[in-house]
Write a protein that binds this ligand. Sequence first.
Ligand code: HEM
Length: 758
Amino acid sequence: MGAEIPRSFIQVTVVLLLTAVIALIGQVIYNICFHPISKYPGPLLRAAFSLPALLENFAGSSVSNIHALHKQYGSVVRIAPDTLSFSTAQAWKVSDDINHARIRKLLSHAFSDVALKEQTSIVASHIDEFMRQVQMRSSANKKNKVDINAWFNYLAYDIIADLSFGEPLGALKHGQPSMYINEFFKACRTWPMIPLAHEFTLVNLLFRGLMKIPAVRKNQETTYLATMESVDKRMNNDNLERKDFMTYILHHNDKNVLSSAEIAGCTTVLVNGGGEAVASCLSATMFLLLKNPDIHARTMAEVRGLLNLEQTLDFEAVSRLVYLNAVVEESLRVCPPAPGNFARRTNIDTEIDGHVVPPDISVGVHQWSANHSLQNFYQPDQFVPERWLANAPPEYHNDIKGAMQPWSSGPRNCLGKRLAYMEIRMTLARLLWLFNMELSPESDGWLEKQTYNIIWNRTPLYIRVLPRDLSQQGSRPKAKMAFTSYKHTYPLENSNESTRLQNQHEVIKDAMGGLILAPIDLKSSPLRILDSGTADGTWIRDFAASVAPVQHNLYGTDLNPAEFPSDVPPGTVYQAQDVNQPWPQDWEGTFDLVHQRLVLVAAGPKQKDALLSLCGLVKPGGWIQLIEATNKLPDGCGPNMVAFVDLMKAIFVNLGADLDLAERMPEWLKEAGFVDVNFVDIATKMGATNPKTELAQRGVISSSIAANGLAQFGKNLPAGALTIPAEKLETLGSDLREELKEMGALYPLRVVWARKPL
Ligand code: HEM
């Protein structure tokens, strides 16, 4: 006979169970009838229990479930006892905390305009490698098939790791997800357990138990430990020539605002958030394009008609592709990488979209529901890029665009937005330029199959990729013709050009001791100032900052408008102009100051005419300031610097330029009737000759990029034009870089300024 269970034990158990049941019923009644948000619409089960909301994250069904609830209950739904989900534009209202603001302030330096420019060439180099790999892998199988979703993962993570750790993960090179990517995706599957463990003691105990199993713990910790290790390695490496996220974070962290552990924590967010979201957007956009042949054809025609191969890696040029940008915008609406609720907890009574929400309630806009709501968008489930165009068809005029916030809004919105746009647009433009693509039949319903818990669980997306026949490239549409003469006269067009120009700008400014040597009163406002050959507007921006708060009317012109900045402040105008062509008539005699730097040499045989035309733009009493290279190196420069300048001279001569133009400029100005003609010869200090470390490095960067670019151009010079051995072209850039680091060099320029008499 077994031992009898004591009556008292049974009684205690019954009492405990009864108490638990009564407490639960009490809680349920409270949640349904008396909770501060009990009046909000939603299913009773969700009002009573948090379990349905927590479990759907495991099942990956939260996006479709909450969307269905919004369709049924309207723009605000109670999706859990203490959680409200909104789907309107007005509801994008968030709170912030001081700790977050502290971290964000420091991180934001890594996403500034300057940082973005620095990052362009790093991004471009990975996109180049991506294209090579896609072409190779697709041609290696009979059906020319690739899982483009996997390759987008490799690309986005390699880029973001390179920017965060100073080196990529090697996923593109090996054609395999690195351990880092694999472990992160695995860990994401168990993350929905964390809120469950917070809510239920039993789950908490189970979770803690699971974490004692070495394999489970390893899976959770691997990504973080790998990040810590890489961050540590990067923080101890200050020899990096190019600038990555860490350069900016460490530079501004001199007062140790963030600890190393906090930096590692932020980097985990950067790498995983930045990598995953970009890959997700690229996959969705590719699917939507290939599913809609008309839209695909229109996007392809735009890219192929307006850009050439190099420009597909030029962010400014790509960002001007209006239809491609509309495609990306529409993809972010139809399939946002972060489709859920960006939940925030209220700490006081908070008005959201006309509702006063009490404290301690989790609130957020459900991105997917907002984007797919008929209240916000006409035909919300259709993929219609045209709705984002300035001349959108009338039926889309009432779309409430502000309801869609793929980057979130307010003080926690995405810091990497512009970097992400750069990666996405450049990758798509290049793919569309290089390849003809179509969806493989097995991926026909790809988008509908995706589930979401903390990230999209993206399955393989198979597409067929065939290299485009580039032999017909001669028949370019007319829109491109404006750039053809430019290719002959400007040998340095490539994705690093902006980096080169900015570094060069700082070195020249340092050698001149400022930007303007002409004695013009810049404090009396507003003057009309022209920067001819402005490229990416670096000079204009720096000039505007140097004279602030005075605001002059600034004009930047260049033969190639692709470099113009996309953000143009009021008072600044950028306009395409060839210095060898007549200037707009109404500009004649109107400028207080005309500035031009290192442009005249590219005017070829018509340098003097170009200078005289510029003079015509100056108003009586106004000034002109010109800067050109003397093309005469001082003694003591290293052999690579000599070879570099010889190469430049060969190219200038080939363009028909007069190498002595710097010396001739004062005379030409006098001939034009200018007075107070002055000049000064300055020596820009490159590399080791510059005592200021940062400027020394800038000189190395700008010169080696220029040498690389000119070496490429030099290969196409006619036989006999080169004065240096052809094989030297292969290594000139890197040899010069090393030489400048070690011994430096002086590169002489002449600054000339003169006044037009009254
Ligand atoms: C298509 C690509 C991307 C999308 C759709 C996206 C979206 C978002 C969203 C919705 C948030 C706000 C999250 C919240 O409110 O809780 C966010 C935050 C953030 N994103 Fe992105 N992101 C993308 C790419 C990137 C990239 C490439 C980076 C660069 C590393 C990045 C860095 C960040 C950072 C640092 C934050 C946190 C900002 C803060 O808390 O102050 N994102 N992102």
